[in-house]
Each structure stands twice: as C-alpha cells, then as structure tokens.
Design a protein around this ligand. Structure first.
Ligand code: GRF
Length: 223
C-alpha cells in the first residue's frame, strides 16, 4: 500500500519536484504540500502535479508554539505516515518534533555534523574544505542534529562561489532525498533507540554514502 506522505516547503521546491518526478504513486502518495509562505514556487509545482496545497502563514500566529500546533492539526488531517521537510525554513518546537518522532525527515545542505544552520556553502568555502555536500536525517529536537541517514558529496573547486557550490550540491539533493525517503517507505529504514537503522542495523554516524549506495544498487541490478 502506498505511503501517505505530507511535504512541507517554504520556497522554490526543487526537492519537492524531485519527489514528484521520482517517487512512484504506488509507493508514495503525496497527499498534501503545506507552505508557510503563500509565494513559495513549490506550491505551483504541487498544483501542476495535481497535489492539494495549503498555506499556513506563521505571521498569523503570536508564537512558535501556537503555529506548530495549528500546523500539526493541518498535517494530521491528512493522516500521513511520513512527513518530509523540503526546504521548510522554520525552527520546530520540541512538541512538534516529538509528535512525528521517527517519521519526520529533513535535508540539510552540508556534511553534518559540519555547518548546522544557515550559509553552509559560504562557510565550507571559507573553511577551505575540499568537499561539501548534503545530509538527509531524522529530525530530533536538536537543530540539524538528528541521526544521519545518507549524505551526498561534491568536491569543492578552486573557482567555486557559494552559488556555484550550492547549485552542484542541490543537484545531488535531488537524487539523495527521494532515495532516502524510499528506504523509509519500503520499510528498510527506521529510527530505533535513537539510531537510524537500515535493515535493522545502525547506520554509521555520518550516514550512508549516496555514491556508494548508487554503485551498490547498479551492481545488484547487473547481478
Ligand atoms: C535545499 O538546499 C535544502 O537542502 C535546504 O533548503 C533548500 C530547499 O531547496 N533544506 P528547494 O526549495 O527544495 O529548492
């Protein structure tokens, strides 16, 4: 049976587009896309794909707790099994995170635990790093700190700017995030005792490597 999935966005929604393009409707049923911004381009992407959209503007609420309660009510009305944060630019309350414990995923544009928070591409360049990337992780109370599931890696080039680097990382996100979500949807990926586990085995602290995982998948197909 298809996994009922709600996706939360705030902006362009290129990761949302990757889900729309990649996930088979028989596997994942994207039952709603919810944005805290009415002008998020991702809302148009969802509408184009025939997915119901809703806007819940955080500026209509006095504080974070009341917003998160209203957001949870909207989400729960869709009875999702999986909730995906795809560029949802809000810090979530502990109550919200606890409510979706083990079924709330996020993508962050850095090789966590490096560079939590904002401006990750610029910070990686300023630090003189050789490589950068993105991480999909389970969401816990700690900002960008939940157990890592999978990471994509890109080399940093001598003439990279934050923008050029962001663009290359973003391209990998569009492979990384649907693949990680599919592991959850197929039942292979779970959060157990605070660890991200694949097939019941704890994943290493920095997550699986996307490139390695893709190579293994190709190998299996050719077997
Ligand atoms: C991505 O860079 C993601 O890593 C971060 O927010 C951005 C969302 O981009 N969490 P988009 O809206 O999916 O294009």
């Amino acid at each position: 049976m298809s996994c009922r999935t709600v996706i939360l966005i705030s902006g362009s929604g290129s990761n949302l587009q990757a889900f729309i393009d990649t996930l088979h409707p028989q596997q994942a049923d994207i039952v709603a896309v919810i944005s805290n911004r009415a002008d998020a381009y991702g809302l148009e992407r969802a509408a184009q794909a025939g997915i119901p959209t809703q806007v819940l503007d955080h500026r209509d609420f006095p504080d974070r707790a009341s917003y998160d309660l209203a957001l949870a009510a909207l989400i729960d009305a869709h009875t999702p099994e999986l909730v995906i944060l795809a560029g949802f630019m809000r810090i979530l309350t502990a109550g919200f995170v606890a409510r979706y414990h083990g079924r709330l995923l996020n993508i962050h544009p850095s090789l966590l635990p490096k560079y939590t928070g904002l401006h990750t591409h610029r910070r990686a360049l300023e630090a003189g790093d050789q490589e950068h990337g993105a991480t999909v992780h389970f969401v816990t109370e700690e900002l960008d700190g939940g157990p890592a599931i999978m990471q994509s890696h890109v080399p940093i080039l001598a003439d990279d700017t934050p923008e050029s680097l962001a663009e290359r990382v973003r391209a990998t996100e569009h492979r990384l995030y649907p693949l990680a979500a599919m592991l959850y949807i197929s039942g292979r990926l779970r959060l157990m005792d605070g660890h991200a586990c694949l097939d019941g085995n704890a994943i290493a602290p920095c997550g699986l490597r996307l490139d390695q995982f893709e190579t293994d998948m190709r190998g299996h197909r050719n077997d």
